[in-house]
Design a protein around this ligand. Structure first.
Ligand code: ASP
Ligand code: MG
Length: 435
């Protein structure tokens, strides 16, 4: 069997839902299990409800109206979601009464997004002659801890398969949701449906996990900034991890770990361009002849320099620097050190003043805003000579000054920091060179 996960934007309008039906119909032979997000925008509205309800001015009608319009557009019974809407309204009333929404209550509230979308989709499939059944993940055994809002799964003991084989027709499972050992509904964190898809793929031993979204796969660079980008046909999990960090927003690699654990390929596909082969992510793959998979970047980077003569011949110095970073929750991405100085990058501008003040006890600190980080990603960088030389040569030719360079011994990437004003020029030059 395969897992087909459809995100909110694939389910946002009647037209997209009709499209989803066509895509699934074409693949019924592959024995699909669907995992779905809430319709686009619904989880945001539910979050807003949870935030405003305690002070009394929350209104559930926006979500109800949205669902009713979809039902009408798809010729589905107007009362199809009345039970869920009723429960949701009761819950919001309760929150207003006690003027408080605990994390547990907020997760329960968020659950109505997926509980409604799975039911609506199943009803539409059945109406169109494709037998399907809505499945609540928390009913079939997706168990988690009780860390509400960001629950972590508890290892599956086989109960998911046991429950799923009883489902008749195509199962349409709620993404994003699980339940804790006490039976409370939990959520896996925003955008958690990809994670759900990987967890179900793992539990059911899927032969492939398809993530249906609204782009043609993982791109070789950010199309908003770079000309001539293309979808990457195949990439390794390590490459995908590097990419995701640099704002490759398509898929967060942590979410597909359960798939990688069982070597299940994860394919990113476009609901609005279904014939496109997309990008397939594998634990590993055979080297192609091109060393570079992508050129990605991150804006709004601050360079932090610490110059400290006492650092000379002293151990424990870096440990102290990172301890301070930890205290101030500053994420250090890239580091370069010498005997007397250390340069690092950080992207939590709001935390930097306090961080730098404490860092000042170790030496002279300066902060330089207005930088960008570029990462040239590709497992082939390890086996090809001179990729770093090509990167630097290309940037030199483009007239871009490089401030920091980092290349690890496990060479999945080369990281660079440049001035933000040079970013467009730099990524375009690198992309044109490698692609
Ligand atoms: N509906 C949830 C969210 O918007 C989960 C998901 O879309 O993956 O965060
Ligand atoms: Mg999503």
């Amino acid at each position: 069997m395969i897992i087909m996960k459809f995100g909110g934007t694939s389910l946002g309008t009647a037209e997209s839902i009709q499209n989803v039906l066509r895509i699934v119909r074409d693949r019924v032979d592959l024995d699909p299990v669907l995992v779905v997000s809430a319709h686009a925008g619904v989880t945001d509205s539910l979050v807003e409800l949870g935030r405003t309800a305690p002070s009394g001015d929350a209104d559930v009608s926006k979500i109800e109206d949205f669902h009713r319009r979809l039902l009408e557009d798809l010729d589905l019974p107007a009362d199809l979601l009345d039970e869920q809407h009723g429960e949701m309204a009761d819950l919001v009333r309760g929150i207003k009464l006690v003027s408080e929404a605990s994390p547990r209550t907020r997760d329960l509230l968020l659950s109505f997004g997926e509980r409604c979308s799975s039911r609506l989709l199943a009803a539409y499939f059945n109406q169109q002659g494709l037998p399907a059944q809505a499945v609540d993940a928390f009913e079939v055994g997706l168990r988690t801890d009780n860390n509400f809002g960001r629950a972590r799964p508890i290892a599956d003991d086989g109960r998911i398969v046991e429950n799923m084989v009883k489902i008749e027709g195509i199962p349409i499972v709620t993404g994003f949701l699980g339940c804790d050992p006490d039976g409370n509904i939990t959520t896996l964190g925003r955008n958690g449906s990809d994670f759900s898809a990987a967890l179900f793929g793992n539990a059911l031993d899927a032969s492939e996990i398809q993530i249906w979204t609204d782009v043609d796969g993982v791109m070789t660079a950010d199309p908003r900034l770079v000309e001539g980008t293309q979808p990457i046909p195949i990439m390794s999990f390590g490459e995908a991890s590097e990419l995701a960090y640099y704002g490759g927003k398509v898929l967060h690699p942590a979410t597909i770990l359960p798939a990688i654990d069982k070597s299940i390929p994860v394919r990113v596909l476009n609901t609005h361009n279904a014939d496109n082969p997309g990008t397939v992510i594998l634990p590993e793959y055979e080297e192609s002849n091109s060393p570079v998979r992508a050129v990605v970047h991150k804006n709004d980077i601050h360079l932090i320099n610490l110059v400290s003569p006492p650092m000379l011949q002293q151990h424990g110095f870096l440990a102290e620097v990172f301890r301070i970073a930890e205290v101030h929750e500053v994420d250090v991405d890239l580091v370069a050190t010498s005997e007397v100085s250390i340069t690092m990058t950080a992207d939590r501008a709001d935390h930097l003043p306090a961080f730098c003040e404490e860092l000042g006890e170790l030496g002279d600190v300066s902060i330089e805003p207005g930088h960008a980080m570029i990462c040239v990603v590709g497992q082939g960088i390890a086996s090809h000579h001179g990729v770093a030389a090509q990167v630097l040569g290309t940037l030199a030719d483009a007239g871009v000054r490089v401030r920091v360079i980092s290349q690890g011994a496990i060479k999945v990437n080369i990281g660079l920091v440049i001035q933000e004003v040079d970013l467009r020029k730099a990524v375009n030059a690198l992309h044109a060179h490698f692609f």
